[in-house]
Design a protein around this ligand. Sequence first.
Ligand code: M6R
Length: 616
Amino acid sequence: MCGIAGYLGPRKAVDVVFDQLKRLEYRGYDSAGIAFPERQDIRILKKAGKLSELGRLLEDTETSDVRTAMGHSRWATHGAPTDTNAHPHFDQTENVSIIHNGIIENYLELREELAAKGHHFHSQTDTEVAAHVIGDEYDKGVPLEEAVRLAVKRLRGAYALVVMSRTEPGKLVATRNASPLILGFGEHENMLASDIPALLPYTREVMVLEEGDIAVLTDHSVRIMDGDSREVPIKAMTIEWDIAAAERGGYEHFMLKEIHEQPDVIRQTLAGRIDDKNQIRFEQIFGEHVWHEIDRVNIIACGTAYHAGLMGKYLFEKLLRLPCDVYYSSEFRYGDPVLSPKSLAIFISQSGETADSLAALRLCKEKRIRTLGIVNVIGSSIARECDRTIFTQAGPEISVASTKAYTAQVLVLTLLALYVAQVTEAPGIRVPSVVEELKGLSEKAKACLNTEDVVLALAEDVRNAPLCFFLGRGADAYVGMEGALKLKEIAYIPTQEMPAGEMKHGPIALIQPGVVSIFGATNDAVLEHSSIREKVISNMQEVKARGGTIVAITTEEDNTVERVAEYVVKIPKCESEFLSALLSVIPLQLLSYHVARLNGCEIDQPRNLAKSVTVE
Ligand code: M6R
């Protein structure tokens, strides 16, 4: 998730763009750059590191006469955060320069195609390839907007692009597909950015560019065309938010924003990893022969990432029949684990800096065990030190309570299990049909956000509960553990979480009026004449008989839980039961959020916690 900014008008354009980038800082960045016309050329200044590094470069450069500029703060997806990989990027002839947010999925194919025509690339980025594709069209002598229109037909993936040309200096051309881009309109000035907050100090008249549309901005005009070059009317809206709220995209808290980002995160996480034949493609992981050799998987992580790891265990064992253990990082290091030399250790971490996980990773390295990271932050220690790393592509997560990172971690584990099934030709799994389901998951996640009404009513009960149980069987039990962690950490409600069948072996003694039990009941698979859901319903009955309040999370076609549960939350059904279970985390996240909000808790920075735990 990168930040994009652009400005044309009477102000000092470089200063405005730099200020806009600062306002997009919450999107995270590891390098930044600015481009502006200078004499007959385009001048690019870019630097790895914090925005202040770019600021230092700008201090030494005279830019007070510049009236058009575009800038970018990068959150690396392809290639390390270096000066060279930072945006903007030039095309082959340096006639055009671009900034980009998103992922060009077919960049390798395009890169090979252009290299065969003599193009040279300086960076490892997909963005530079997009710049070359645009340049390739522009060299045919068409206007910049036409070059962009033709070029995007060759691109696959998610992108917001802004393009500047050497020969049309007072113009910026922008387009987008599945990545955000906002246009801002002022008096004799126009601008654009990835998000509204960057525009608010300059204008409150904004418009969200529609997917596939192309905007042509000068200081005195904005023209928008659709993908067939038909003119599109401009529909500006006036933004009333204060600047702080705007940074959260209008949401009251980052946590709520990040919960709502999950449909997009699912798309981003899948981006570039599924080909036209519904096969999984991973570039950064071990050669295919390695997967035949691995005899055991150990997943090592903390907190939410540990819970994602439990889902990984479920997937590896169920889909691949590959033994898998999941360890808390802090226990792994001191537990003297028995490690097979043919095993694989997977480290899951949002931040990539968690000290317990890093220490466990170093132990595996010492013991020469193969290591694979599943990490969100590129350039982080775990990402750098693992033999191979898969990035979750969830974008920066700011709220201390992890939400979208969990979904992305489980999705990467799903892709990985499917990939291993593919390369080892594991019997009994139809990879393309699960992949087909994954493609529809983003829409189903969107539907899960519509459970807010019942979740709000439930939150009124849970806010006063002395104790809340999270129960389920199989994957539902694992997701329940994550739901419980959320409720503890941001709403400070005591929880007990376990497989539903365990209740009767002791914990049921804690049931009394006021205690709420939330059951995941999304799995209706039939085993030995009765379904897993029926077994869960029996466990609900046992709790209800002792005066507990019953909540069921089930799939939309089910009407069996209603006879026992006081609250029923319905989510879309997936054919693969672990995907239904994964979706059920969304209402659980919303529940914690609303309980915390009702109880006046500090949501984005809960007491006693830090986003990245860098001490053991
Ligand atoms: O950055 P990591 O994923 O390694 O962090 C691990 C845990 O500290 C983290 O998931 C923590 O449990 C979150 N606060 C949960 O919301």
